[in-house]
Design a protein around this ligand. Structure first.
Ligand SMILES: [Zn+2]
Ligand SMILES: [Zn+2]
Length: 275
């Protein structure tokens, strides 16, 4: 199984760290996790066609994770996708997809009529909303989804991907959370979000200490992540969803290593990890 980090950033724009998105590939399967800003450009960079993605999984419906949803759909049509999109996501995904598809309906109808191509299957969506926990099989990939804690976001999920006795855990967006630690036990790779303590220096009228506290509060601070990783007994820890996107790498590694005992891998866009 291979994990490719397509976007390791957050809502704040950074041309080196695109919005959150990951690709999981096996011999037979390609699954996309989230569709943050720039996802289709990153897929193009690694020569993966959006026509070939088997399923899209959404961790939650925060805009940084789904902002390029329609771009994904329309670009897959332009890449000659001939199958519907299978989408797994939290409660609310059906409503979200329906509203986005509706916003572009007139434009799409005109385009389809004018271009008169042989397939419009790329515009069809099959949506399955998560319960609190469950399993999904896609060809040779087994996926377990479970709830994480990103409140006030009501429905936010992490995932385990299992293939050939290897386990990859993806945290999604979460504050320190027991459920995540439970499901991430003994993972070969734990891909975890992080809020980097001590790096967010700018405050102004829009970004006060209070608003900063609130952002930190529903993410996982770097000062706790090493302890969490240690408790999961994961073999490798990979950091993504780096808030802020610019920081002192040496310092971050040192902070996490002091509790985890091993150096974490600091995620970068297009980094590929073989599991
Ligand atoms: Zn979020
Ligand atoms: Zn996010």
């Amino acid at each position: 199984m291979e994990l490719t980090l397509l976007g390791t950033g957050c809502p704040k724009v950074d041309h080196k760290r695109f919005g959150p998105s990951n690709l999981i590939s096996t011999k037979k399967t390609k699954v996309l996790i989230d569709c943050g800003s720039g996802v289709t450009q990153r897929l193009d960079q690694i020569q993966i066609s959006t026509a070939d993605i088997d399923a899209l999984f959404l961790t939650h419906l925060h805009s940084d994770h789904v902002i390029d949803f329609y771009q994904l759909i329309i670009s897959s049509w332009h890449s000659y996708r001939v199958k519907p999109w299978i989408i797994y996501g939290p409660k609310g995904t059906k409503k979200f997809v329906s509203k986005i598809m509706d916003a572009w309906k007139d434009e799409r109808t005109q385009r389809i009529k004018y271009e008169n191509r042989s397939s419009t299957a790329a515009f069809k969506t099959i949506i399955k909303e998560f319960k609190s926990t469950g399993n999904v099989n896609i060809k040779d990939l087994r996926i377990k989804y479970f709830e994480v804690d990103h409140k006030p976001v009501e429905f936010s999920y992490g995932f385990n991907f299992l293939n050939k006795k290897k386990k990859l855990t993806i945290s999604g967006d979460t504050r320190p959370c027991e459920n995540l630690m439970k499901y991430a036990q003994d993972a070969d790779v734990l891909l975890h979000e992080v809020f980097i303590d001590g790096e967010f220096k700018e405050t102004n009228k829009m970004r006060t200490k209070k608003t900063l506290h609130n952002v930190r509060d529903y993410h996982t601070p770097s000062t706790l992540l090493g302890k969490i990783a240690k408790l999961t007994n994961c073999k490798k820890l990979v950091l993504t969803h780096l808030v802020p996107t610019k920081f002192n790498e040496k310092k971050l590694k040192k902070t996490i290593k002091s509790d985890f005992g091993k150096n974490p891998i600091i995620g970068k866009d297009l980094l590929k990890i073989i599991i």
